[in-house]
Design a protein around this ligand. Structure first.
Ligand SMILES: [Zn+2]
Length: 178
């Protein structure tokens, strides 16, 4: 049932499941999600730049005909995606680490509660501070939560409304080029 973690070891650690960075602690569906990971594996993968959900968002933006740049280090918080024409930056946040309010993937840690809560509070504080800094520089700040990348139609509709583009326009644009 827990293909990547041996049974004895399992008693001493929280096993986290990683699907689209959902990182649900003691997730009951590691097989359905395809992988179960130890906390250290999760931490490693969280530090990775190109997470699954981020790639999904980038593909979607591209599909919508929006052009962007990645990880501009000269901007506060190194936004995941920067759309200079729309003066907009976009962060793709993991629901667990950034505490998506009311989200089923934003579960409470079962052990070391105080430690994790301090970490979550620091994340939230940093997110708010970077957002303020970016807005002070005239940038619009959008957040896409990783759970949103599970429903692409809905996410596309949301992004379309933010950038006032439609997929019909995109299709027309590609037709007229022929
Ligand atoms: Zn979420």
């Amino acid at each position: 049932m827990w293909p990547h973690v041996d049974l004895d070891y399992r008693r001493y650690i929280d096993v986290l499941c990683l699907t689209f960075d959902c990182a649900v602690i003691n997730c009951r569906e590691p097989e359905g999600h395809g992988m179960a990971k130890t906390r250290s594996e999760i931490m490693r993968s969280v530090r990775r730049k190109d997470t699954g959900p981020e790639l999904v968002v980038r593909r979607l933006l591209h599909h919508l005909g929006l052009r962007f740049r990645l990880h501009r280090k000269d901007l506060p918080g190194t936004p995941d995606v920067v759309l200079p024409r729309h003066r907009t930056v976009l962060f793709v946040h993991g629901c667990y680490w950034h505490r998506h309010p009311g989200c089923p993937f934003s579960t409470d840690p079962k052990t070391n509660k105080a430690f994790w809560e301090a970490k979550f509070a620091a994340n939230a504080e940093r997110d708010a501070r970077k957002t303020k800094e970016l807005e002070a520089l005239g940038w619009r700040v959008l957040v896409v939560w990783s759970c949103e990348t599970r429903d692409l139609d809905r996410l596309a509709a949301r992004l379309e409304s933010k950038f006032r583009v439609t997929r019909t326009d995109v299709r027309d644009a590609s037709n007229s080029r022929r």
